[in-house]
Design a protein around this ligand. Structure first.
Ligand SMILES: CC(C)(COP(=O)(O)OP(=O)(O)OC[C@H]1O[C@@H](n2cnc3c(N)ncnc32)[C@H](O)[C@@H]1OP(=O)(O)O)[C@@H](O)C(=O)NCCC(=O)NCCS
Length: 444
């Protein structure tokens, strides 16, 4: 059909409305025209958690959850994981095309020029408590970068946007590594720009007294691939956050700090930590059937299984599973992998998991690899944030340059009191026998 439309009949008035369908969507503002009386507000759509609402048109990432497909700018994730590097993929995500050789050389140079942080940023990190969670340090420090780079406020200037993108991609590993060293009470290690993006990160994390740190090439490549796999995932919670905060024209450091804060929540970027705890709790393969029984009785969830979008094997989980073996050749096997593999085998043969379309997601294996590489679980979301920075910047810039976007301001359905009048404090009645704190029950 050339110009597909939707016809809506309002049974309150008998009126019919024809609404255009574009890209498989109707524009929710068309619903505002549907009203009983001219002076009444029109119809709104109610969609808590935006389960069935497209909030933007995007060209960055594409997911087909039923077929287990993920692409960045059209390129399948499998090809990028096998043949690209994180920095090249970051260029693709941010700029929209793969770089030519000369553009890539320039891009690498531009990122490396920004791996150092101002000494005051270092002092800021030093000020955190010895046991501060590294994700808290990362969120706070990225937010603070806006005070170091006031030029970031020039969000409509392409050169400024490019500069902040380089700075953020360049500095994220440095801040992350300083946060890790802080928690270990170790001196911070400055960047070594002779090394690759991930090689330098490993150096800033793990260098001790040696004059020059040489990263193990297998671990360096494995981390690079993990970064590629986490670089973007279209309109997830943190991408929505960076767009929402950015829509008020806040500077990109504030928007990215907010996105990192969203990522830090256990429902988003910290599920792989829960997987590690679950596998440790299982302890050995004999206990797996018991866990499966608990899951099927709905007493608990199988962490690292299921996904809001993927109703098939998460393509990133397939790739990560392959990397695991290469990593274990270097680090020695993480014993949790045997439990994970057996758990997956049993789950995928079980009717409950098959009928619910529950497959391993990216988090099922990533934590096992990170743990084998020597990362404490608190660092897992921090690693995710480094990789996702390119995706956040691409989503942020796409939002800014989209003429259809405005400051985000959703509607609500108000179910509170109708108008009532102020009663002076002295005349408000105390409730007999009820302690003050419990007098009014509410969320806060
Ligand atoms: C990711 C997740 C939040 C997606 O949830 P969702 O799309 O909102 O799906 P729902 O919570 O509505 O679950 C749908 C059904 O599958 C079941 N289900 C979903 N994930 C499950 C899991 N991990 N273990 C057991 N059952 C699960 C639910 O019990 C529900 O069953 P029912 O319809 O018979 O009641 C969910 O799969 C989950 O909690 N997974 C574990 C945590 C995790 O790995 N998160 C990382 C995501 S990358």
């Amino acid at each position: 059909m050339a110009n597909p439309t939707l016809t809506i009949t309002d049974n309150r008035t008998g009126k019919q409305y024809t609404v255009p369908i574009e890209n498989g969507a109707i524009n929710a503002s068309e619903l505002a025209k549907i009203k009983v009386a001219a002076d009444e507000p029109g119809l709104v759509s109610y969609d808590p958690a935006l389960l069935n609402t497209a909030v933007c048109k995007s060209k960055v990432g594409y997911i087909d959850g039923d077929r287990g497909i993920l692409r960045y700018r059209g390129y399948p994730i499998e090809e990028l994981a096998e043949r690209s590097s994180y920095l090249e993929t970051a260029y693709l995500i941010v700029k929209g095309e793969l770089p030519t050789a000369s553009h890539f050389r320039m891009w690498q140079h531009n990122i490396k020029m920004h791996t150092m942080v101002h000494e005051n940023v270092k002092h800021l990190i030093e000020g955190f408590r010895y046991d501060a969670h590294p994700m808290g340090i990362l969120v706070g420090t990225v937010g603070a970068l806006s005070t170091f780079y006031p030029d970031a406020k020039n969000i409509m200037d392409v050169e400024s946007r490019r500069m902040q993108t380089r700075r953020l991609i360049g500095k994220m590993p440095t801040i992350a590594a300083f946060a890790y060293r802080h928690s270990r009470g170790l001196p911070y290690v400055y960047p070594d720009n002779d090394l690759s993006y991930t090689g330098n990160f490993l150096s800033m994390l793990f260098k001790m007294t040696e004059l020059k740190y040489t990263p193990n090439p297998t671990l360096e490549r494995a981390l690079d691939v993990l970064f590629i796999l986490h670089a973007d995932h279209e309109q997830n919670c943190s991408a929505t956050t960076v767009r929402t905060v950015g829509s008020s024209h806040a500077d990109p450091y504030s928007a990215v700090a907010a996105a990192a804060a969203a990522l830090g929540g256990p429902l988003h970027g910290a599920a792989n930590e829960a997987v590690i705890h679950m596998l440790r709790e299982i302890g050995s393969k004999e206990h797996i059937p018991d866990l499966i029984r608990q899951v099927k009785n709905r007493e608990r969830r199988l962490m690292g299984f299921g996904h809001r979008v993927y109703k098939n094997y998460d393509p990133r989980a397939k790739i990560i599973k392959q990397i695991a073996h290469a990593v274990f050749e270097v680090t020695g096997k993480n014993p949790l992998i045997d439990i994970a593999l057996e758990l997956e085998r049993i789950a995928l043969e079980d009717d409950y998991f098959v009928s619910h379309k529950l497959y391993p997601n990216v988090d099922f294996y990533s934590g096992i690899i990170y743990e084998a590489m020597g990362f404490p679980v608190e660092m897992f979301p921090v690693l995710f944030a480094i990789a996702r920075t390119s995706g956040w910047m691409a989503q942020w810039a796409e939002m800014l340059l989209d003429d259809e976007q405005k400051i985000v301001r959703p509607k609500q359905i108000y179910l509170g009191y109708d108008e009532r009048h102020y009663v002076p404090l002295a005349t408000r009645r105390e409730v007999e026998g009820v302690p003050h704190e419990t007098e009014i029950r509410g969320p806060l």
